[in-house]
Write a protein that binds this ligand. Structure first.
Ligand code: NZQ
Ligand code: ZN
Length: 386
């Protein structure tokens, strides 16, 4: 296990009614003017917006409405939010939604506090922001775990990059599983697959020797798989929704990453695909993962064989280690099909090879895993996904 420092800034309030119970106490700690950020309107249709507004009003806050944060949030939207915060003297940001709203707000929180362009600060000067407006997160769509970290994924449309931007951590997160009940089933499943992907990308990071983080990770992966299967025939099952919501947070709250260098090569590829196609994150990951792992498993057969046995229940009897490893990847691919996620880019409407070439040529190459890819091999594996 590598050396590590672990501390966590986000307090989690989990459970039915968590906003009514705990938001007033948190709001009492912050200033009067609150930016209320949300997406394209689901929160207005499912009643969450009215409930949160009622709590803000009762707390005597002045609400600055910031609607319209889009899936795959853009850097232009970040700038719009930061300008609004400055103009209206916002003291606190309350982000209500899924990963897109949280990510947008994390960077707004940083951009509102400096005249320096955050993208330039991070990408050109290799700095990180140090001052933030405080923020809190109310989860209505789980999967990314974005409420539990300070990393944001932002699409810079001008530069054609969907990339990581470091921003604020939420000081608290409200996780009420009933808030996710109105989420369309496709988004529930693609979000849950995103959680599984976060687990896998961490599990296959270095060092590969058995350790506590990976044993906990295996438990999270098995739980995610079981609970997705529950939702396939009982889609409003609150226990399964609750388990998935907490698993999503667990995969990104750092615990599974303790003592490891995480990899996230699959994510780096998917994010750049998103820059060119604006595709759904979980769906892109579902297509990429099996192909990526078929290119990877020979570099770490023991680890992939363990994954096959512990997570997918593959029987190693009569199989070589490599055959067991491959059977695990086949089980992953079969699961993706079973849960109705796309298995090819064509199913997602992505058929243009030049998009795959551009993705391979511009995605980040990571070194946290058993295998370091070059751009040609990434292009090859992307073509296999067509
Ligand atoms: O915009 P509205 O109308 O709210 O609709 C949203 C959106 O269309 C809808 N939705 C959310 N809650 C709902 C609901 N619809 C009905 N009922 C509800 N309760 O769901 C749609 C998708 O929302 P979005 O926030 O985009 O989804 P998700 O949580 O999957 O976030 C995806 C974004 O997070 C990034 C992804 O790249 C992508 O940009 N990620 C962020 C990470 C992080 N910061 O740690 C890690 C991830 O790997 C990921 O990259
Ligand atoms: Zn993800």
């Amino acid at each position: 296990m590598n050396d590590f420092v672990y501390s966590y800034p986000t307090k989690v309030y989990f459970g039915v009614g968590a906003a009514a119970k705990h938001l007033p106490g948190e709001l009492a700690k912050v200033g009067k003017t609150v930016l209320l950020a949300y997406g394209g309107g689901s929160v207005k249709r499912n009643g969450v917006y009215d409930e949160i507004c009622g709590i803000l009003q009762a707390a005597g806050k002045t609400v600055v409405d910031f609607p319209g944060v889009m899936p795959n949030p853009t850097y232009a939207k970040v700038q719009e939010g930061a300008a609004l915060c400055r103009e209206r003297g916002v003291d606190f940001i309350l982000a209500v939604g899924g990963g897109s709203v949280f990510d947008c707000c994390k960077v707004i929180a940083a951009q509102a506090m400096t005249d320096k362009d955050i993208w330039e600060l991070e990408y050109a000067d290799h700095g990180t922001p140090t001052a933030f407006l405080p923020m809190g997160a109310v989860v209505t769509a789980s999967g990314t775990g974005a409420e539990m970290n300070n990393g944001a994924v932002i699409t810079n449309e001008e530069k054609k990059i969907k990339g990581a931007v470091w921003g604020a951590s939420a000081s608290f997160a409200i996780l009420d599983p009933t808030y996710t009940l109105s989420l369309p089933m496709k988004q529930v499943i693609s979000g849950a697959f995103d959680t599984l992907s976060h687990c896998m990308e961490t599990y296959f990071g270095m060092p590969g020797a058995d350790n506590l983080s990976d044993r906990m990770n295996e438990a999270v992966m098995v739980s995610v798989i079981e609970n997705i299967r529950v939702l396939l025939h009982d889609n409003l099952n609150l226990t399964a929704r609750s388990e998935l919501e907490w698993a999503s947070a667990m995969a990104e709250n750092g615990i599974l990453k303790i003592g490891k260098v995480t990899d996230f090569q699959g994510h780096q590829i998917e994010h750049q695909l998103g820059a060119y196609t604006d595709c759904n994150h979980g769906c892109g990951l579902a297509v990429i993962h099996p192909a990526l792992y078929r290119h990877m498993y020979r570099e770490a057969p023991a680890r992939f064989a363990r994954f096959a046995q512990v997570v997918w229940g593959v029987d190693p009897a009569g199989r070589t280690e490599e055959e067991t490893a491959l059977a695990g990847i086949d089980a992953l691919a079969a699961f993706i099909k079973e849960i109705g996620l796309p298995t090819t880019f064509t199913e997602m409407g992505i058929t243009d090879e030049s998009v795959l070439r551009a993705t391979a040529d511009t995605c980040n190459l990571t070194a946290g895993c058993c295998k370091k890819f070059d751009r040609e091999e990434i292009f090859q594996l992307l073509k296999e996904c067509l």
